[in-house]
Design a protein around this ligand. Structure first.
Ligand SMILES: Cc1cc2nc3c(=O)[nH]c(=O)nc-3n(C[C@H](O)[C@H](O)[C@H](O)COP(=O)(O)OP(=O)(O)OC[C@H]3O[C@@H](n4cnc5c(N)ncnc54)[C@H](O)[C@@H]3O)c2cc1C
Length: 476
């Protein structure tokens, strides 16, 4: 008999959360902490969603999406998780850029960027200051017609080098392009510029295990290997979910799964107004990624000056489309020194990440796909050679992930790494107006993606759910 992953689960909960990405887990934690009866269902055998890791022989652990996040994570983790989690967040000091236009190392904060822009790039201090203030002053209600390209044109006309410095890391951080609304850039860039780039010391495995402990301590029922097939709706309200052959009733569902699969696969378009369905169909998914994971030989390492996060590119010009091309010219290298997991005997690990289009990896024969992955590995070695000489001999283990890999593990349509483009946020927010008790919390709309964005979105949505459930149970 197959194992029953729902053994002992109740037939009814206040809230079912579908998916244990950081957004889903955070929503579940806030709801459970508030006294709601919460069931968290994850289709994979591990919690964390894209915030995940894998182990390989030799004992090393690769992190998938632990390259960096803004300082705001400290506050969010302290408030919505625990002091222990918040206290493990540490700054990455060595952020490097190396491309045909410039090579530099920075702490990636406003002070250091102001110095760089005025001294190395020759921009007037007053312009830099106005640019920072404008970016920081942006919010969700701003004019959405102004694009990031317009913003740069206004402040730094004709300065492709400046645009590259300001934009390249943000393209990696959330897949945004120069054509996206300027406010998506302004909000995310300002979050980073407040204090720099941070990571979780101890690795994603430690983080997710701490979150699981916290969820259980707050009374959430957490289940893995539970793939939700359907969200049942009756009289325009959520009634139950169908999972592993069981129907579980609930007052509300928070879906942390892909926004489009929530609407079209789990609920079904018949339950929404036509105009909402039209808007949902227009939502563009964000791009996907490729990664190459490399473990150095035991006891070999690279000098610390190599950096923690290295934005490297051989492209003469900066174009956001080029960052997605299968003909890769830009890579972000993350160097994980042995102190990433201080309590374990770790090797030095290197992960190369590149934004990618799903379509460049789909529809290949098995042989073509394997050959393409091998090519990705070889070209990554070629690019790494500049920073880690003789890298082919010094790397003991290497493997690659593609958009197909990300789709397989998370069920995100087309392996989307950062949810949806900006328009996805409005559609996500409108779900409960269409179906009472139906919510979505997960990377979407660019500003609500990445570790910090999705955690904060989980909190916002959990509070909406609490309001709905408590107001429904109040006497009229
Ligand atoms: C290669 C890469 C590198 C990244 N690097 C960074 C970084 O350095 N910093 C940063 O801030 N962000 C980074 N990100 C983005 C960040 O990881 C994501 O934005 C964030 O982790 C997504 O969280 P989420 O809550 O949206 O859910 P996800 O992590 O997308 O999780 C959704 C969950 O729902 C589950 N699910 C789906 N369908 C079902 C179903 N039917 N039933 C049950 N469960 C289901 C999935 O299995 C998954 O666990 C990176 C992403 C990628 C791909």
């Amino acid at each position: 008999m197959p194992k029953d992953f729902l053994k002992g689960a109740s037939d009814e909960y206040d809230v079912v959360v579908i998916g244990s990405g950081l957004g889903g887990m955070t929503a579940a934690n806030i709801l459970a902490r508030d006294g709601m009866k919460v069931l968290l269902l994850e289709q994979h055998y591990k919690l964390g969603g894209l915030a995940t890791w894998f182990k390989r022989p030799g004992g090393h652990i690769f992190d998938i999406s632990l390259h960096g996040f803004p300082y705001g994570m400290v506050k969010s983790c302290r408030r919505y998780w625990s002091k222990e989690i918040a206290d493990s967040i540490v700054q990455l000091k060595g952020v490097r850029f190396d491309n045909p236009m410039f090579s530099l190392t920075t702490t990636f904060d406003r002070k250091d960027f102001t110095n760089l822009l005025t001294s190395d790039f020759g921009i007037e201090e007053e312009t830099v200051s106005r640019f920072f203030d404008t970016a920081r002053g942006m919010n969700f209600y701003d004019d959405q017609d102004r694009t990031t390209r317009d913003l740069f044109e206004e402040f730094f006309p004709g300065r492709e080098d400046v645009v590259r410095l300001l934009m390249e890391p943000i393209v990696y951080a959330n897949g945004s392009t120069l054509e996206d609304p300027a406010l998506t850039y302004g909000i995310v860039f300002s979050n980073f510029m407040s204090k720099g780039v941070f990571v979780f010391q101890g690795g994603t495995d430690k983080l997710v295990k701490s979150m699981e402990k916290e969820l259980k301590a707050n009374g959430a029922d957490v289940r893995i290997n539970c793939d939700v097939e359907k969200i049942n709706v009756k009289n325009d309200a959520v009634e139950s979910v169908v999972v592993n052959g069981r129907t579980i009733r609930c007052k509300a569902v928070v879906s942390n799964a892909n926004l489009r699969s929530t609407i079209f696969n789990m609920v079904g378009e018949d339950h929404f107004d036509n105009s909402f369905v039209d808007d949902a169909k227009e939502v563009r998914l964000n791009n996907s990624s490729t990664q190459v994971y490399m473990a150095m030989n035991p006891d070999d390492t690279v000098p610390r000056e190599t950096g923690d996060l290295l934005f490297s590119s051989t492209a003469e010009r900066f174009e956001t489309d080029l960052l997605l091309s299968r003909d890769i010219t830009s890579r972000t290298f993350s160097f994980y020194y042995p102190d990433t997991r201080p309590d374990k005997k770790e090797r030095t690990l290197i992960v190369s990440s590149t934004n990618a289009n799903f379509s460049d990896w789909n529809d290949m024969s098995k042989e073509e796909y394997e050959a393409s992955k091998q090519d990705l590995i070889e070209t990554t070695f070629d690019a790494l050679e500049k920073y880690v000489p003789n890298c082919r001999e010094r790397i003991a283990h290497v493997e690659a992930a593609t958009p197909i890999t990300f789709e397989h593990y998370t069920k995100h349509i087309s392996g989307a790494s950062f949810g949806t483009k900006f328009e996805g946020l409005a559609v996500s927010r409108k779900l409960p107006e269409q179906v009472t008790g139906l919510y979505h919390a997960g990377s979407c709309g660019i500003i609500m993606s990445g570790w910090l964005g999705t955690i904060n979105y989980g909190v916002i949505v959990a509070n909406d759910v609490i309001n709905q459930i408590t107001s429904a149970s109040m006497p009229a």
